[in-house]
Write a protein that binds this ligand. Structure first.
Ligand SMILES: NC(=O)c1ccc[n+]([C@@H]2O[C@H](COP(=O)([O-])OP(=O)(O)OC[C@H]3O[C@@H](n4cnc5c(N)ncnc54)[C@H](O)[C@@H]3O)[C@@H](O)[C@H]2O)c1
Length: 332
């Protein structure tokens, strides 16, 4: 079987590709390297540096994939308010382009990484489940939900390909970009610890997230085309244990042997508590969750991986700021 992976030089894409190679798939991936690193592309995978907005029929038709895993995106949720045109071009229009090429290449299965951001603000204190109505509250979440609707409608209208949509949240682990100041709080804190700088926190740090170690997330995404009950389904995927951002910082400081020091910034408009129910994904992909890694072990593994590489220069924002109003000063 052949898998075409967009965003293969990124964090989740690289892990998904590795799972696919381990399972005997032939893998071809593309990435524009705007946020990923060429070193992330697993050995054994073919690679082309390509933007998902470019014509993809050539590469898709010569490789003839069985399944397409579309993971490329710029996933900076908070910043998306300030770069809406870029966000919709890179995350929505590009998805339509990848899916169109997949349809023309007669792909059997299309896998898409949406996000918990599709839900927006919680309407109760219950964790989000897949049946809840979505009310995304930022351009990134709106883009992800739009892609979900587009994928369902295309697959329904044309009678295929089958699709599986994942809504991950706060995923972390080895290979993650820790040099992007606009996203990945775990990576931002690790980098600050290495540089002996205080950890930046918007507000008082009481906002909670369930941080998710990469293994079970990547394993379930990779297994979806060959898992019968995953066809034409949507799954939340990620960790189950809420932690405040401040507690995350304290835990990381302890692991890295530094004093926890915080730089509290004015609060930004964001979801205060975001948690998802994972009953469905755990029942359809039990093997992916058999050896789930706990938060502390996951953080230790990520720190150990980061320490093996030189600290990269900050990743530039892939777009000019379109709306500077209300841009947090720390991002200017
Ligand atoms: N990491 C998380 O916590 C999380 C949570 C929810 C959803 N997701 C989604 O999962 C997917 C993977 O995220 P990630 O954390 O691995 O991010 P990442 O930035 O590490 O990987 C994304 C990759 O896509 C590439 N890319 C971006 N735009 C591109 C384009 N137009 N053409 C080609 N390549 C492009 C980047 O260079 C990068 O290598 C994304 O769709 C993201 O929205 C991630």
């Amino acid at each position: 079987m052949k898998a075409f992976v967009t965003g293969i030089a990124g964090f989740i894409g690289a892990h998904v590709a590795q799972h696919l190679l381990d399972a005997g798939w032939q893998v071809c991936g593309i990435d524009d390297l705007s946020g990923g690193r060429i070193e992330n592309v697993p050995e054994g995978a073919e690679f082309q540096q390509l933007d998902c907005n470019e014509p993809l029929d050539g590469v898709m038709q010569s490789f003839r994939p069985t399944a397409v895993f579309h993971l490329a995106a710029y996933a900076a949720e908070g910043l998306s308010h300030h770069i809406p045109v870029f966000n919709y071009q890179n995350n929505v229009v590009a998805t339509a382009n990848v899916l169109g090429a997949a349809c023309r290449a007669d792909v059997e299965h299309f896998v898409f990484t949406s996000s918990i951001a599709a839900y927006g603000h919680p309407e109760s204190d219950q964790p989000f489940d897949e049946e809840m109505l979505c009310h995304p509250c930022d351009p990134y979440g709106i883009a992800k939900l739009t892609c979900e609707h587009h994928i369902r409608s295309v697959c329904d209208y044309f009678g295929g390909p089958q699709f599986t949509i994942f809504r991950p949240h706060n995923v972390f682990g080895p290979k993650q970009n820790i040099a992007d100041p606009y996203r990945n709080v775990v990576g931002i804190f690790i980098r600050c610890a290495l540089e002996r700088k205080p950890f930046p926190i918007f507000g008082d740090g009481s906002q909670t997230r369930s941080f998710s170690y990469i293994d079970s997330v990547a394993a379930s995404i990779a297994a979806s085309p060959t898992t019968k009950d995953a066809a034409n389904q949507t799954f939340n995927v990620g960790g189950d244990h809420p932690l405040s951002v401040r507690e995350l910082g304290e835990t990381l400081a302890e692991i890295m042997g530094v004093e926890p020091e915080f730089n509290f910034l004015p609060p930004r408009q964001e979801v205060q508590h975001a948690h998802a129910d994972h009953t469905k994904v755990q029942s359809v992909f039990p093997a992916a969750f058999a050896d789930e890694v706990d938060l502390r072990t996951g953080l230790e593994r990520m720190v150990a991986d980061v320490r093996q590489h030189p600290i990269a220069d900050p990743t530039p924002c892939p777009s000019a700021i379109e709306i500077p109003e209300k841009l947090p000063p720390s991002w200017s």
